[in-house]
Design a protein around this ligand. Structure first.
Ligand SMILES: NC(=O)c1ccc[n+]([C@@H]2O[C@H](COP(=O)([O-])OP(=O)(O)OC[C@H]3O[C@@H](n4cnc5c(N)ncnc54)[C@H](O)[C@@H]3O)[C@@H](O)[C@H]2O)c1
Length: 362
């Protein structure tokens, strides 16, 4: 996988205590990387980070704030990574309506702090900055956003990530244009699902909570359309992008969309219903529409990742939902070792990757 580039590679990963960061920690260690994670304490209970004891699976786990520049710089400097994956963020649209300052501080200033800390660390060669599909100015039209479409965002989360995109481009031109600087790319992924997410106000965790509490699953926005994908999809894109940056950075320092094929662009109601079918229980009801604006239609164009990186989606939405539900079922049934099970899901995913075979020939 990834031309073995992560074997013994020193990787600095922010957001390792979160949903995607926990999966990425496991995948990187499986690939032989030495990972230093830097994040706040897990923000949900349960959390994948705690349940799978990820702290003990990686080289170093530091609980720290990306707004604490002194600690951040000291940690990254001492660890001397070659590559940074920056995932730490306030990632929730609805919370951004209640916590706009925290959202901007974490997402914009926090990201700038990580970019700066990396610039002060000579060992860093590559930086993958994780934003979102919501960074685009959403025109609510039947159209998949392309990488050079305008940035924007109705709510504070989306616009903070749009800002991060603009800031990354400016940062690159201002500071990363010499031989000794690192290569910086941004990655914009769609709605991610997978086992181990217990965040508030996200569809799959809401479904799982409803099913396990014997309560109705109330959905707010049944006809909202999103590009659904299994968590391993964008992570495979980030890892592939990281490989290319490490290999030949100058050719890849841009933004990339990682989303599903068109057949996996589904409504919220479709996904919730499918979750209950696969789980074998659960009742979906349409709740009162939230007064907080959330995008109705969001799609991504993934042609660039296909052409430039040779990346393609591996699972369709149906497989992604099945893998996700199976994970939670085992978790609540307590019938398998979840660490082994999660590694097996990664193994299985690796075995199904089509582009890996093309890539190996390249
Ligand atoms: N989950 C999705 O559907 C999705 C979709 C697109 C993009 N993303 C992006 O992917 C990244 C990871 O998202 P996630 O779903 O794993 O979120 P998450 O909430 O599960 O994890 C967020 C992580 O960021 C850390 N963090 C937050 N504030 C911090 C701070 N001030 N200092 C240090 N660490 C801090 C948390 O401790 C946690 O480890 C985010 O950048 C998010 O915007 C997520």
């Amino acid at each position: 996988m990834f031309n073995n580039i992560y074997k013994n590679k020193r990787v600095f990963l922010t957001g390792h205590t979160g949903f995607k960061g926990s999966w990425l920690s496991l995948w990187l260690t499986k690939l032989g990387a030495k990972v230093c994670g830097y994040s706040l304490e897990p923000n949900t209970n349960p959390s994948m980070f705690t349940e799978l004891n990820i702290k003990d699976k990686i080289e170093q786990s530091v609980i720290g704030n990306i707004l604490d520049t002194e600690k951040l710089e000291k940690t990254i400097n001492e660890f001397e990574p070659e590559i940074v994956f920056h995932l730490a963020a306030q990632p929730l649209v609805r919370l951004s309506y209640y916590e706009p300052v925290l959202t901007y501080q974490t997402n914009v200033i926090g990201t700038l702090n990580v970019l700066e800390a990396a610039r002060k660390t000579p060992s860093v060669k590559a930086f993958v900055n994780i934003t979102t599909d919501k960074c685009y100015e959403n025109k609510e039209i039947n159209y998949g956003y392309k990488e050079d479409d305008p940035m924007g965002g109705y709510d504070m989360y989306s616009s903070s990530k749009g800002c991060v995109e603009i800031m990354s481009s400016s940062y690159r031109r201002s500071f990363l244009n010499n031989q000794t600087s690192y290569s910086l790319a941004t990655a914009r992924a769609g709605n991610v699902i997978g086992g181990g997410d217990w965040a508030l106000d996200r569809l799959i965790p809401d479904c799982i909570r409803g099913i396990n509490n014997g309560a109705d699953i109330e959905i707010r926005n049944p006809i909202a359309v999103r590009p659904w994908q299994h968590v391993l999809e964008p992570l495979s894109g980030y890892l592939l992008l990281g490989e290319n940056l490490l290999d030949n950075g100058n050719n890849f320092t841009e933004g990339y969309n990682f989303g599903p094929n068109e057949d996996s662009v589904l409504t919220v109601a479709d996904v919730a219903k499918r979750v209950t079918e696969v789980y074998g229980k659960g009742n979906v009801v349409v709740g009162e529409k939230s007064p907080l604006h959330e995008a109705g239609l969001l799609m991504l164009n993934i042609e660039k990742a296909k052409k430039v990186l040779n990346w393609t989606p591996t699972y369709n939405a149906d497989t992604a939902i099945k893998k996700t539900v199976e994970w939670y079922k085992h978790f609540y049934n307590k019938d398998v070792n979840m660490y082994e099970y999660t590694l097996n899901q990664i193994n299985e995913y690796e075995g199904n990757i089509v582009w890996n075979k093309n890539y190996a020939i390249k």
